[in-house]
Design a binder for this molecule. Structure first.
Ligand SMILES: Nc1ncnc2c1ncn2[C@@H]1O[C@H](COP(=O)(O)OP(=O)(O)OP(=O)(O)O)[C@@H](O)[C@H]1O
Ligand SMILES: [Mg+2]
Length: 354
C-alpha cells in the first residue's frame, strides 16, 4: 500500500509541481496517474521513489513512513520512459544489475536474470547489448530488470511512449497480464487517457499538481467529476454545451432538454454528453440539435459526425458517433438527439449529482 499525505513539491523558481496532494493506493492495485504535460506526474512518481524530496507532506509504503529514506531503501523499482539501460552491458548484466548492487552472489543473480528473461521471452537475446535490440525488446529488458529484484511496488513513467502504435497495444496487454500474475502494486504514469482506461484498476486524473478525481475507469468515464476530467477522458471529447435553466429544462440552440430535478430557473449550467450517447436523425426534433453536417471522420467501425448548429450565441458544434452503416453526407441536414440517461449537468464546473 502507498499513502501520500499533504504532498507538496516546490521547485526553485516558484514552480509548485505538487500541491497538498493526498492519495491512497491499495496493495496489489494497478493505479494510473493521468494528466496533461506538466501537471506533475513524473514529480509525483519520483517523490514516491525517493528521487525527489517533498517540500512538505509524507510518503508511506506498506506500514513504514519513507519520506526521508533514500531510493535504495524503499523497495520499489522504477521503469523510466527511456528505459535507462546500460549501453555497455549485455541483457543478462542489465537485468542482474540491481541484484549486483544488493550484493547477491554472481551465480544466483545470473540464474535469476535468466529466469526473468525467459518469462519475458528474452532468452534468445541474453548476450546482446541494448543497441542491438528493438524498442519493444529494450522495454522488456527494463521490465525484467524491475521484476528481478521482487520489489513491493513498480513505478512506471510512460513506459510505452517509445513504442509504435501497434507495439503499444501489444505491450499494454502484456504488461497488464504480467501485473496480474505478479500482483505487485503498480503506479503507472501516462498522458494517454485510452491507456489509463484500458489498463488501470483505478485512475487519478491530475491537473496543475492536484488530483481532480480518483475512480475506476468506468467511474471517470461515465461520471467525470468536473469539466476538466470530462474533456480529458474519452477518445472523442465530450460535448459540453452551456445554457440557462428554464422551467426545469435546458434550452440550447433550439433544443429543449429535460434536466434532473433540483435546478433553479435562471441557473447557468453546462450540459455534458459524449458523442457516443447521441443519436443522429434526418428530421429535426424538439429534443435534439438540428443543424448541418460539417465534418465526417471515419473511426473504422463508426463515424464521428460534427454538426454545425445555429444558436442565439453564434454557431455551436455538436458531435455524434454513428454506426458504420449510417454515414451522413457532408452538408446534409441532420439532428443530434441526446440519450438522456447518459447526460451530465455541470454547475460552476462541478458535476451536479442527484
Ligand atoms: N527539476 C525541476 N526544476 C524546476 N521545475 C521542474 C523540475 N522538474 C519539473 N519541473 C516543473 O514541474 C512541473 C511538473 O513537471 P513534471 O515533469 O512532473 O510533469 P509531467 O506531468 O510528468 O509532464 P510530462 O507529461 O510532460 O512528462 C512542470 O511545470 C515542470 O516544468
Ligand atoms: Mg513526465
Amino acid at each position: 500500500m502507498i499513502s501520500l499525505h499533504g504532498l507538496t513539491k516546490e521547485f526553485p523558481g516558484g514552480v509548485r509541481a505538487l500541491d497538498a496532494l493526498d492519495l491512497e493506493i491499495a496493495d496489489g492495485e494497478f493505479f494510473a496517474l493521468l494528466g496533461p504535460s506538466g501537471c506533475g506526474k513524473t514529480t509525483l512518481l519520483r517523490t514516491i521513489a525517493g528521487l525527489e524530496t517533498p517540500t512538505s507532506g509524507r510518503v508511506t509504503i506498506g506500514s513504514a513512513e519513507v519520506t526521508g529514506l533514500p531510493p535504495g531503501r524503499r523497495d520499489v523499482a522504477m521503469v523510466f520512459q527511456d528505459y535507462a539501460l546500460f549501453p555497455h552491458m549485455d541483457v543478462t548484466a542489465n537485468i542482474a544489475y540491481p541484484l549486483k548492487i544488493k550484493k547477491v552472489p554472481r551465480p544466483e543473480r545470473e540464474a535469476k536474470a535468466g529466469e526473468t528473461a525467459s518469462r519475458l521471452s528474452l532468452s534468445e537475446l541474453l548476450t546482446r547489448r541494448p543497441g542491438q535490440l528493438s524498442g519493444g525488446q529494450q522495454q522488456r529488458v527494463a521490465l525484467a530488470r524491475a521484476i528481478a529484484c521482487h520489489p513491493s511496488a513498480f513505478l512506471f513513467d510512460e513506459p510505452l511512449s517509445n513504442l509504435d502504435a501497434r507495439m503499444r497495444l501489444e505491450a499494454r496487454t502484456f504488461l497488464k497480464r504480467l501485473q496480474r500474475e505478479l500482483a505487485v502494486t503498480t503506479v503507472f504514469v501516462t498522458h494517454d487517457q485510452g491507456e489509463a482506461l484500458a489498463m488501470a484498476d483505478r485512475i487519478a486524473v491530475m491537473s496543475a499538481g492536484r488530483i481532480m478525481q480518483v475512480g475506476t475507469p468506468r467511474e471517470v468515464f461515465q461520471r467525470p467529476a468536473d469539466t476538466f476530467v470530462a474533456s480529458f477522458i474519452g477518445s472523442t471529447p465530450m460535448n459540453l454545451l452551456p445554457g440557462v435553466v428554464k422551467d426545469g429544462t435546458l434550452r440550447v440552440a433550439g433544443a429543449v432538454l429535460p434536466l434532473p430535478p433540483g435546478l433553479a430557473d435562471g441557473e447557468e449550467i453546462v450540459y455534458g454528453l459524449r458523442p457516443e450517447y447521441m443519436d443522429l436523425t434526418a428530421t429535426p426534433r424538439e429534443d435534439g440539435f438540428a443543424g448541418h453536417v460539417s465534418v465526417v471522420e471515419n473511426l473504422g467501425t463508426s463515424y464521428l459526425v460534427t454538426l454545425e448548429v445555429r444558436s442565439e450565441s453564434g454557431d455551436l458544434l455538436v458531435q455524434a458517433v454513428v454506426p458504420e452503416d449510417a454515414e451522413p453526407a457532408t452538408g446534409a441536414a441532420a439532428c443530434a438527439v441526446p440519450r438522456h440517461p447518459r447526460a451530465l449537468v455541470y454547475r460552476e464546473g462541478k458535476l451536479v449529482t442527484t
